[in-house]
Design a protein around this ligand. Structure first.
Ligand code: DON
Length: 309
């Protein structure tokens, strides 16, 4: 077991916390703008049930883009890789998460990967169900199973705050609809997408999700295969190539752990075969990733030689 005690983790958090001064909390979703930029917490969940943590790990955060990995897993289970990858690509973009630029240069206008907003919107539109409520319910069910928390919900305030201000995402949807990449009503899709992004949990639950991916989709407690191995592998690969957007290359070199960030300041990490990581640090760098969260992962990866490469 690489990291042995909460004290060891606490020292790393103390060191990484200095970097919160260099970041800014996301405020383009107004409800996120109220977070304390100096917060930093981490939980590590091992498959044998042991859990290490430091900081305020009970605080709830919305998943934001971290949800994109789980919606991808769900649609891959719903429809299979061939159907899904006809509609969304597998390549990193080198562009920011909300960029519209590349879509216009592609024929067909197929988003390059499921982690950027354009790709995630196409993925969410593929979630099966006869109503928005049923589709959201199916996603929640999967996330509840992964976190082992049957009460997990989305935060209405965060969802509404994004729904009311998501002009760029709406623009992406209309562009995609014009090019037949999505068929449904844009406001229904935005309703589902903003609620998906607003699903909230604490760092312990985030670390448990990371652990399920690390263990190839198996819940070590129930021994149930929650996500098929091949789909968990696809998700982890996207976390490596696109999980930190246009910082993914540097992240792979310096840290080498499959990870996914969100603008709320969350990072979910999956150290293959070993453990899951949940981090919350709302001060972001200019690419929209938790600035101190990345530093913390870098310290952790160096100290315990966690790079998979
Ligand atoms: O669609 C958005 O802009 C947000 N709901 C999620 C973006 C996000 O988390 C990007 N991550 N770093």
């Amino acid at each position: 077991m690489p990291c042995q005690s909460n004290d060891e983790l606490f020292e790393l958090v103390k060191e990484a916390k200095k970097y919160t001064n260099d970041g800014r909390v996301a405020d383009y979703i107004p409800a996120l703008g109220r977070a304390n930029p100096h917060d930093l917490s981490i939980a590590i969940q091992y498959p044998d049930g042991q859990c290490l943590s430091a900081g305020d790990i009970e605080r709830k955060i919305s998943l934001q883009s971290i949800s994109k990995v789980i919606s991808l897993a769900l649609v891959l289970m719903d429809r299979g890789p061939d159907y899904v990858f006809e509609r969304v690509g597998m390549e990193p973009t080198g562009d920011p998460f909300n960029s519209i630029a590349k879509l216009e240069t592609l024929t067909p206008a197929k988003p390059l990967n499921p982690m950027i907003n354009a790709g995630a919107l196409v993925v969410t539109s593929m979630i099966k169900g006869s109503s928005m409520e049923e589709r959201l319910g199916r996603l929640l069910l999967l996330i509840r199973e992964m976190t082992n928390n049957s009460a997990l919900q989305y935060c209405e305030e965060v969802a509404k705050s994004e729904f009311d201000t998501a002009f760029l995402n709406r623009a992406l949807c209309y562009f995609l609809k014009q090019h037949q990449m999505i068929q449904e009503d844009v406001d229904v899709l935005m309703d589902l997408y903003t609620k998906q992004c607003a699903i909230e949990m604490n760092c312990l639950e985030l670390a448990r999700i990371g652990m399920i991916f690390a263990m190839d989709g198996v819940d070590p407690d129930s021994r149930k295969q929650i996500i098929p191995t091949d789909i968990a592998r696809i998700c982890k690969t996207f976390m490596v190539t696109c999980g930190m957007y246009n910082a993914s290359g540097e992240f792979a070199i310096k840290i080498g752990i499959p990870a996914k960030s969100g603008v709320s300041g969350g990072i979910m990490g999956a150290v293959p075969g070993k453990f899951g990581i949940g981090i919350f640090g709302p001060a972001l760098d200019e690419k929209g990733n938790s600035i101190a969260g990345i530093k913390l992962l870098e310290l952790l990866s160096k100290q315990y030689e966690l790079s998979m490469f």
